[in-house]
Design a binder for this molecule. Structure first.
Ligand SMILES: C[S@@+](CC[C@H](N)C(=O)[O-])C[C@H]1O[C@@H](n2cnc3c(N)ncnc32)[C@H](O)[C@@H]1O
Length: 253
């Protein structure tokens, strides 16, 4: 069994990057990405033609975003960028860290989805919001959502799913644990039961993620200069009552 804890962000998802298109197929992202695109267009005060996606991973959201916008995307993992480029050759992929990257261009919208949860300190959360603000045109929307909220964390919450492609079958287990609820990080552990032609290999990976109070998110966003609206992010696959705060952050005209 392979384990790694609190690993360098550049190595996130690297060990089993090849498995991600099997575990989370691109079709699974269509419904949420259509919703995100709709929210951006509805709330933007300018016409939305260009987007910057911070932490694009394997490009699964981009596969749908590119139908709506001219997409530029950034990630800190070369392995994920390689997968994303293969899936979306027409997208402008750039290597970079959302906390510090500065591109020449400003965009009509900036998006950070299931990547901003890798931001583990209040200082880095503020820096990421400044990155979004600096790259956004006036009247544009920065769209993000909050996956874990301090005080609402479910210790040992664990989910599993099984996926197959050809002679590869992967059972994927995801488990959340917060060793110290007083600090701003928690652990996400992935366990992969990989069977190739029936032969079992077990892999595991532990990622350190960030957790803050909702007021902390809202306070930093407002201090950065955004006007913030909140809506509930729900999805047809979520359990009853499951939703996440979706933050629609407008850069004033
Ligand atoms: C769950 S994946 C995103 C998957 C994506 N939603 C998709 O459509 O495929 C999270 C990504 O965030 C990236 N990430 C984590 N910290 C980052 C940072 N500081 N800057 C840029 N990307 C980061 C990771 O490398 C990883 O690829």
């Amino acid at each position: 069994m392979k384990t790694s804890s609190g690993k360098d962000e550049r190595r996130l998802y690297s060990d089993l990057a090849w498995a991600w298109p099997i575990i989370s197929p691109v079709e699974d992202y269509k419904e949420e990405t259509e919703l995100f695109s709709k929210l951006i267009k509805e709330h933007s005060k300018i016409e939305v033609k260009t987007s910057l996606h911070l932490g694009c991973g394997g490009g699964h959201n981009d596969y749908t975003f590119k139908k709506h916008f001219k997409v530029t995307s950034v990630d800190i993992s070369e392995d994920m960028l390689r997968l994303a480029k293969k899936l979306n050759p027409e997208v402008n992929y750039q290597y970079g860290d959302m906390r510090i990257i500065r591109l020449e261009e400003k965009f009509d919208t900036v998006i950070a989805l299931d990547s901003i949860n890798y931001i583990k300190t209040e200082e880095d959360l503020q820096r990421t919001f400044i990155t979004a603000y600096e790259h956004l045109k006036q009247g544009g929307v920065f769209l993000t959502f909050v996956e874990q909220i301090a005080g609402q964390f479910k210790q040992n919450n664990t989910t599993h799913s099984t996926h197959s492609q050809g002679d590869v079958e992967i059972t994927f287990i995801e488990s959340y644990y917060d060793p110290d609820p007083a600090d701003t990080s928690y652990e996400t552990t992935f366990i992969y039961l990989v069977r190739v032609g029936g032969k079992l290999e077990v892999h595991s990976d532990c990622h350190l993620c960030g957790i803050f109070k909702l007021e902390t998110w809202l306070g930093f966003l407002k201090a950065t200069g955004f006007e913030v609206k909140q809506v509930k992010f729900t999805h047809s696959t979520f359990t009853e009552g499951e939703s996440y705060p979706m933050l629609i952050c407008i850069k004033p005209l």
